[in-house]
Design a protein around this ligand. Structure first.
Ligand SMILES: Cc1ncc(COP(=O)(O)O)c(C=O)c1O
Length: 477
């Protein structure tokens, strides 16, 4: 098929005349048709004036719909030759739900990010008191403030991994840490091993580096050491990006025997391991606490560990860090000069103060997550009993196998019912993992109850009539 008539598009889109705003409903309908494969990619769309006449709307309405589709990457146009359907470039952010956080009135169930702890205000106030002493200096500390590096190092030591402050580089969030480490370790064409599913923005980083992603499948039960070993050997991976502590999105926890086996396999394959411990402090069920940090299994400086203040405390602080051998840390610090030179002083001071209240603040976070997890689990079991998931011991999300065929369509429908969801495909490569959703329990229980109610309606009845609902649909509960 090379082109579609106005009548064909109008029939397929089937937008109710009363939909408001109409241009958005039209754009959403066309986008859903493309995602469902009912409108092929690279098919010429009707001229705006023809479609407007057929639909009985003004030409500016159709122009606005086409503009929106272009902005999201579903339409390409060339002056004088018309417009074609398209799919957004996966490397672009045209249709990335991440960019809409908090601005569309939907329940933000696509992000696994808890709110700030009650101690934040006080930590900030104390940081402000500390600030004048730092204000005498120039404010740039590429390695991070000594006061914070000391506390981060002490925390690793307490967790069973002896660490000196010189082994720590403070970064602007762990995403920055991940980018920095990946940019040092992987270049264009280099094989990078990732778990499947994996953390979506790690895929972004590796893609941006032009790396070749090598997936190794994991489940709720976690990693199979022999598969990881085979994948490392066969792909000759330069880097393996792993989340042994409450893996995002599955919540899996790697046991000690697997940690040792994976470390050995990496040594034999000469692969560097990038360990993301962003969720490591959130062990909801405690257990026996016997697992040592992965880097405790490192005996030849091949592991770089990433940590973050975002999940234990708050993402808005934008403080993360890297732990590695001192020489590597210095190389990474030199590289950051090209990006941001140093992290903000006030936020570093606040995180240093939060480290001083680690036990109390973590207890509050764990209480909140446990309550939200219990509510989410109960609500899903009640309203969507066919959906399958294991309840993870820690972390912030359930990795759910749904029964709706396409996760993308389900997410589209849920958005029209007021819930922004994360489709499994977001965590996979090449469009895999359509059968899954990641459902975080980082929002309060009452919001999760409401969200599941709406998801169940979306699953049962599909999108709300008229496509996308009006903005500001969901009162925050
Ligand atoms: C596994 C993992 N790594 C890194 C990040 C980035 O976190 P931040 O940059 O806020 O520290 C996240 C955030 O969700 C995450 O889940």
């Amino acid at each position: 098929m090379r082109y579609l008539s106005a009548a064909q598009v109008a029939r397929l889109a089937d937008v109710p005349p009363e939909a408001r705003p109409y241009y958005r409903a039209l754009a959403d309908a066309v986008r859903a048709l493309i995602l469902d494969g009912r409108l092929p990619v690279r098919v010429r769309m009707p001229a705006e004036r023809h479609l407007a006449a057929t639909l009985g709307v003004s030409r500016t309405t159709v122009t606005a719909a086409y503009d929106l589709l272009r902005e999201r990457g579903y339409l390409e146009s060339r002056q004088g030759s018309g417009s074609w359907t398209a799919l957004p470039d996966p490397a672009s952010t045209a249709d990335n739900p991440w960019l809409s956080t908090g601005q569309d009135g939907l329940i933000q169930l696509h992000a696994a990010a808890p709110p700030a702890p009650s101690a934040l205000r006080e930590a900030m106030a104390e940081a402000l008191e500390d600030l004048p002493r730092y204000g005498m200096g120039n404010g740039y500390d590429p390695m991070g403030l000594p006061a914070l590096r000391e506390r981060i190092a002490a925390r690793y030591t307490a967790r069973g991994l002896a660490t000196r402050p010189e082994q720590i580089l403070v970064t602007t969030g762990s995403q920055h840490a991940l980018h920095l480490a990946m940019s040092l370790l992987a270049g264009p064409g280099d094989p990078v091993l990732v778990e499947s599913p994996t953390y979506t923005h790690a895929i972004d980083v590796a893609r941006q580096r032009g790396a070749r992603l090598v997936p190794v499948g994991i489940s709720h039960e976690g990693w199979q050491a022999d598969l990881v070993g085979c994948a490392l050997r066969q792909s000759a991976a330069r880097v393996a990006y792993l989340m042994p502590d409450f893996q995002n999105p599955t919540g899996a926890l790697m046991d000690d025997a697997t940690r040792a086996a994976v470390a050995g396999a990496a040594r034999r394959a000469d692969t560097m391991i990038l360990i993301d411990e962003t969720w490591a402090e959130l062990d909801l069920d405690g257990g026996d606490g016997s697992h040592a940090p992965m880097a405790a299994f490192d005996n030849d400086n091949r592991m770089i560990t990433i940590g973050s203040a975002s999940k234990l405390w708050w993402g808005g602080l934008r403080i993360g860090w890297l732990r590695a051998g001192t020489a590597l840390i210095r190389r990474l610090a030199v590289r950051r000069a090209a990006v941001d030179i140093a992290s903000p002083v006030l936020e570093q001071l606040a995180v240093a103060r939060l480290f001083d209240r680690l036990e109390e603040t973590r207890a509050e976070r764990l209480r909140g997550l446990r309550a939200s997890r219990a509510t989410l689990v109960a609500a899903l079991r009640e309203r969507l009993p066919a959906w399958q998931f294991a309840v993870p011991r820690g972390g912030g999300a359930l990795w759910v196998r749904h029964d709706s065929g396409s996760a993308v369509s389900l997410c589209e429908a849920a958005a029209t019912r007021g819930v922004r969801l994360a489709a499994g495909t977001w965590f996979g490569l090449e469009g895999t993992l359509e059968g899954y959703l990641r459902v975080p329990y980082t929002l309060p229980p009452a919001v999760l109850e409401e969200a599941v109610k709406r998801i169940a309606v979306a699953r049962e009845h599909g999108p709300a009539a008229g496509g996308r609902p009006a903005d500001a649909l969901v009162p925050m509960i």
